[in-house]
Design a protein around this ligand. Structure first.
Ligand code: PXP
Length: 327
């Protein structure tokens, strides 16, 4: 670039790095890594040459260059992991109840995988499925296929049960939300009692982190539980909005909302990301206006129910618009 017709196009040019993609691809295959990992290594190697490192000068210089390369690679990997762990969407759509309709006949439609695709095209920034131990709606196959097809963020809701933890470690969704689960319940009834099972949750969170997943804990807006979630190592808390959604009158609803707000502020001060969900619909979501600490809403039943009348695309678009208005 310092030769030819425009040699002075950039007087500060240090040089250029040329990487043979064919060679990088071959070396990646030989080393059992991805082509982009090898490419990244070669790019760092080239840039280090440009700033004066040269492994050909001496053995000690070669070691210095190698250790600098490793240091930079490790930093990039850590940054990327942290970035992807910490990103959470505004509206994540739970498609469990598409599977509920399918399981009513035990056939293969409607398919939650197709529903997830439609929801994403309509603006959902995340897809949630709850793989229950009793497999009443979402099946293992759904999770496996969604892992391949979801383009936004896949959030696996699950009980901290060994069988399901192993499934999560195998599939590795972007995010795992741990919820309490009882066989007889119609849907998740309350938040986790994190304080009571803190040690076990800590272990589970550690395992899931090792698998590269961010972990959210579904809790009531109770300061004690929120602090326990932080201590257990959670990245995110999902505040339970079910009691608010079921409030019998306006006064009670506002009281419960105030509690959620205080919980969100506390969680945020503790350095947790905050999401909220359960029982939210096209009307009761509006009161969340201005609760900036809440970064994500996790909504399922009301969207799928509305989809029966207006279609899933429109039902999701309407909710996306409502959620956007909250900020
Ligand atoms: N968040 C959690 C933790 C849940 O268990 C559920 C229900 O599966 C939801 C959010 C979504 O609730 P709903 O279907 O009432 O919108």
């Amino acid at each position: 670039m310092q030769e030819g017709l425009f040699p002075k196009i950039n007087p500060h040019l240090w040089g250029d790095v040329v990487i043979s993609t064919e060679t990088a691809g071959r070396e990646a295959r030989e080393a059992g890594i991805t082509p982009s990992e090898r490419f990244q290594f070669l790019l760092i190697h080239g840039l280090l040459h440009l700033i004066g490192y040269d492994h050909e000068v001496s053995r000690s210089e070669a070691r210095r260059m190698e250790s600098k390369t490793r240091e930079i690679m490790a930093r990039i990997i850590a940054d990327k992991k942290e970035e992807s762990r910490m990103q959470i969407p505004r509206l994540a759509v739970n498609v469990d109840h598409v599977a509920t309709v399918r399981q009513a006949r035990m056939i293969n439609e409607p398919d939650p995988v197709i529903a997830a695709g439609i929801a994403e095209l309509a603006g959902a920034e995340g897809i949630i499925v709850h793989l229950r131990e009793d497999r009443r709606h979402i099946q293992d196959r759904d999770l496996l296929v969604l892992k391949e097809t979801v383009k936004s963020k896949l959030n696996l809701e699950m009980a901290a049960a060994e069988e399901i933890i192993r499934m999560a470690l195998k599939v590795r969704p972007h995010l795992v939300t741990l919820v309490p689960e009882k066989r007889q319940e119609l849907t998740t009834e309350g938040g986790l009692d994190v304080r009571r099972q803190q040690q076990a949750l800590k272990e589970t969170i550690k395992r899931l982190h090792k698998g590269g997943m961010a972990v959210s804990l579904f809790v009531d807006a109770d300061p004690e539980q929120i602090r326990a979630a932080k201590e257990a190592g959670a990245d995110i808390i999902e505040l339970h909005t079910g009691h608010y959604a079921e409030a019998k009158n306006e006064k009670k609803a506002w009281q419960l909302l105030e509690r959620i707000k205080t919980g969100a502020q506390l969680g945020s001060q503790l350095g947790l990301k905050i999401s909220a969900g359960h029982g939210l619909n096209y009307l009761n979501i509006k009161r969340f206006q201005g609760l900036e600490e809440i970064e994500e809403y996790s909504i399922g039943h009301s969207i799928i129910a509305r989809a029966l009348y207006v279609g899933l695309d429109q039902a999701v678009r309407e909710m996306v618009a409502l959620v956007e208005q909250l900020y």
